[in-house]
Design a binder for this molecule. Structure first.
Ligand SMILES: [Ca+2]
Length: 351
């Protein structure tokens, strides 16, 4: 999931409606005028490539999908009236601009009072489901709920873009066209298998889908049907969505019952600039060096391996991170994401 956005960028419904399967031969088309930009578009975004190039691209994708076994009927529905979405292109180009300090990211985006409170509520309300998921996948439920909370605000903000439209736009125009083309083909296979109706296949501008924000290739590998209706529905089935997150963690090596990490107070003389953030040592070594837990608790003098973890653009917090923090970062790699999810999971489980 490395190419996904920061959170909360979705929300603009981008599906341009048109109608009918596209039967006109590409060569016979008159070049179309560029679509008028939607009102939220700033004028600075360059015009996309001429529309007939998109049609030619779609013909190629359809042929490739047919060879992969996707039915004509699925392709007709998926591509009916489809045009590139300029909002997707704009968001893709703007992605790198978002730079927050760790403290801003932690307090304003990730660990807001509402997100913590809602996380506790969902943790309690879904206790029975979470118990069954834990029994099957061996993943601590508070981290499942934390991921659900940061990715889509507990399923309430799954992104307003049509996944096929977003992926087709990025595969046609984007900087990582071959990556998104593979994701587009995966999305078409998912539709063809009937897991979700095309109009319900919504996601982020970058094609991350449903309540867990799985890219289509991750869906194919890791989404599960936990409610037993035969469909892996991470959009509208809470059981499927949460179990799919747990399965993702299980497959990436989550160790049930182990902490992800702790905020610590380093010993006097500790220098963030010179800190070794690579070496793994047993916690007892850190205890011996004088690290203490920031919450006042003792550092367990055990064998559990830890590394020093420093937030990006942080203003002084120091953490010791364990194996499970690396697993969280398999979901989304930035260190600040991993730390925030870990902290949120602690807050959710601490009633
Ligand atoms: Ca299901």
């Amino acid at each position: 999931m490395t190419t996904r956005r920061l959170l909360l960028l979705g929300g603009v419904c981008g599906l341009v409606s048109g109608c009918g399967a596209d039967a006109t031969p590409v060569a016979a088309r008159v070049p179309a005028a560029p679509a008028a930009p939607p009102p939220e578009m700033p004028p600075a975004v360059p015009e996309p490539v001429a529309a007939q190039d998109f049609d030619r691209f779609v013909v190629g994708v359809r042929a490739e999908a047919r060879r992969a076994g996707v039915s004509q009927a699925t392709l007709n529905r998926a591509f009916a009236g489809l045009r590139p979405n300029r909002r997707v292109i704009e968001l893709d180009r703007r992605q790198a601009d978002t730079v927050l300090s760790w403290e801003e990211y932690r307090d304003r985006i990730m660990l807001t009072p509402a997100r913590i409170q809602n996380g506790r509520r969902h943790y309690a309300e879904n206790a029975a489901l979470l118990r069954r998921i834990r029994a099957q996948y061996g993943v601590d439920p508070q981290v499942v709920v934390a991921i659900w909370g940061v990715e889509t605000n507990y399923g309430t903000n799954t992104g307003g873009f049509g996944v096929i439209e977003a992926l087709a736009t990025l595969a046609w125009e984007g900087r990582r066209a071959s990556y998104f083309r593979q994701e587009l083909l995966a999305a078409l296979r998912i539709l063809d298998h009937g897991h979700v109706a095309p109009e319900r296949m919504r996601g982020s501008w970058a094609g991350a889908m449903g309540q867990p924000q799985f890219m289509p290739s991750n869906f194919e590998r890791l989404a599960v049907d936990f409610d037993g209706d035969g469909r892996r529905d991470i959009w509208d089935s809470r059981a499927d969505a949460l179990a799919s997150i747990a399965n993702y963690f299980r497959r990436h090596g989550w160790r049930e019952g182990e902490p992800w990490g702790h905020e610590v107070v380093p010993p006097p003389g500790f220098s963030p600039e010179r800190a070794d953030t690579e070496s793994r040592r047993p916690l007892r070594d850190f205890a011996r060096m004088g690290f203490r837990r920031a919450d006042g608790g003792p550092l367990a003098p055990g064998e559990l391996e830890a590394t020093v973890v420093l937030p990006n653009r942080g203003n002084g917090q120091v953490f010791l991170g364990h194996h499970n923090l690396r697993v969280i970062r398999r979901y989304n790699s930035p260190v600040n994401y991993g730390l925030a999810v870990g902290l949120l999971s602690d807050r959710i489980a601490r009633a």
